[in-house]
Design a protein around this ligand. Structure first.
Ligand code: CA
Length: 221
């Protein structure tokens, strides 16, 4: 999960507490870095402070709702920021915690968000491929496929847009977060890795090259 919070004391407290509760935690201490990480890497939950330098929590929340509508976000607000809480609800935060909060309370909210996700959005299937976001396990025709985290994100993107052509630029921006030169061939290289890992004897990976445009998973819809 990713914690975006600028107060060092709270970052320490939250990260140590969540790690102690068994979660993998990354953190960002300003809004710009937080937004970049939240959009470019894959996290199962985001813990988001509203008042941040660089980019506000509300702006990050809006960007996340556009790019990753199912990603659970728990917003941290200062006591009395009731207006923010209402606005945040409208903007699609999954839950709120008013500072100061206890570690037990935060861990319980995180677990609730992960459970809520399990019943609806943590599994994605198609073309004999099954992806579980919670465990980050992938199967093809019932057999496990071990992917790196970048390969995993790439597969999820293709599977989410099954039957549609995705341009290299779109893939690069979504999976790598625009930090690469647009002339790079990193997308083609990773498509190659993914194809090799998903392929079975007599059953090639269902990822098609669309000349001069990009890639498509599955047949055209
Ligand atoms: Ca703050």
């Amino acid at each position: 999960m990713l914690v975006i919070e600028d107060e060092p004391g709270i970052v320490d407290f939250v990260c140590r507490g969540l790690e102690g509760a068994g979660f993998g935690v990354a953190s960002a201490t300003d809004g710009i870095e937080g937004e970049r990480l939240a959009l470019s890497e894959s996290f199962d939950v985001i813990v988001l402070d509203l008042m941040l330098p660089g980019r506000s929590g509300m702006e990050i929340l809006a960007a996340l709702r556009r790019a990753k509508p199912h990603l659970p976000v728990i917003v941290l607000t200062a006591r009395g920021e009731v207006e923010d809480r209402v606005t945040g609800l409208d903007a699609g935060a999954g839950d709120y915690l008013v500072k100061p909060f206890s570690m037990a309370e935060l861990a319980a909210r995180v677990r609730a968000q992960l459970r809520a996700g399990t019943s609806t959005t943590t599994r994605l299937t198609g073309e004999g491929i099954e992806v579980d976001f919670l465990t980050r396990k992938v199967q093809r025709d019932g057999r496990p496929v071990a992917l790196s985290s970048t390969e995993f994100d790439l597969l999820v993107l293709l599977l989410r847009h099954r039957g549609r052509v995705l341009s290299r630029e779109h893939i690069l921006g979504t999976v790598w977060g625009y930090k690469h030169d647009p002339g790079t061939n990193v997308v083609d290289v990773y498509i190659g890795y993914l194809r090799r890992k998903l392929a079975r004897p007599e059953h090639p990976a269902p990822i098609f090259t669309v000349r001069r445009v990009g890639y498509r998973l599955g047949s055209a819809s």
